[in-house]
Design a protein around this ligand. Structure first.
Ligand code: MLT
Length: 262
């Protein structure tokens, strides 16, 4: 582990408006390689590993892991980097983190990109599923998450068109620390409903969804779109839960268009 407790490892490229690309569960900053390579001419792109993922050490157990704790780690990391304001892109779980960041650090937010995420909390059945999966990870390690999630991550056709993307994602999932995975599952189960906060978001916002995302129903993106003032919504065709990897050309073009406005 490269970093001390609570300190975040990150990778970066480019110059311009600072854009933090924050990965979902259970991934790490490496999933943004294609964006770091393609978009460095329009933004200063920074991709952190959340605590307990990639090369970032887990948060201390004592403080408890929560979406708020992840948001605080991101705020401290941004300050350490000398960034006063950032555009934050939150993918899936990190959309939940981005809502916590918007509640706690609105003054640090220049814009928001919410991709393949939702504002609503877990149902009781959803929470139960998280606790069961956490117990499985305790016994079998990250393979338990691969078995539960990998079949749902991609649009039909992605594996045939691009088997190396599926292999790469499997590898990223298997390389995560069980402790980080378990903490995130508990934190997601305990997260609050962010729907009431949507009307308090007053920065330029882009919502991105995958046309065939089996994990995030289309009505969730529509809810965010209807409640966040002047938000744009772009649907990426040929993509499920991971449009940054399944259709990077369309995903990068959506980001490029949005970042041109800063
Ligand atoms: C993610 O990709 O971050 C997760 O699928 C989010 C979730 O399980 O709610």
């Amino acid at each position: 582990m490269a970093n001390k407790e609570g300190e975040l490892h990150s990778i970066e490229s480019g110059t311009g408006t600072p854009l933090a690309l924050v990965h979902g569960f259970p991934f790490d900053a490496s999933i943004w390689q294609g964006q770091l390579e393609a978009l460095g001419d329009v933004a200063h792109i920074l991709a952190p590993d959340l605590p307990g993922f990639g090369q970032s050490a887990p948060l201390p157990e004592a403080g408890g892991v929560s979406m708020d704790a992840y948001a605080e780690a991101l705020a401290a990391w941004a300050r350490d980097k000398g960034l006063e304001k950032i555009v934050m892109l939150g993918h899936s779980m990190s959309g939940y983190v981005a809502f916590a960041f918007a509640r706690r650090h609105a003054d640090m937010l220049a814009g928001l990109i919410l991709t393949n995420t939702k504002a609503t909390p877990d149902t009781e059945a959803g929470k139960e599923g998280r606790y069961k999966l956490a117990a499985e990870v305790e016994k079998r390690g990250p393979q338990a998450v691969v078995d539960a999630m990998l079949p749902k991550l991609f649009a039909p056709g992605t594996e045939e068109r691009n088997p190396q993307v599926v292999a790469r994602v499997r590898g990223v999932m298997l390389s995560q620390q069980p402790q980080g995975i378990i903490a995130a599952l508990h934190a997601m189960a305990a997260r609050p409903d962010s729907t009431p906060d949507l009307s308090n978001i007053h920065v330029p916002t882009l919502i991105i969804s995958g046309a065939q995302d089996a994990l995030m129903p289309a009505n969730e993106a529509e809810l965010m779109h209807s409640r966040i003032k002047d938000a744009q919504h772009i649907v990426i065709e040929g993509a499920g839960h991971l449009p940054m990897l399944e259709n990077p050309a369309a995903f990068n073009s959506a980001l490029r268009g949005f970042l041109g406005g800063f």
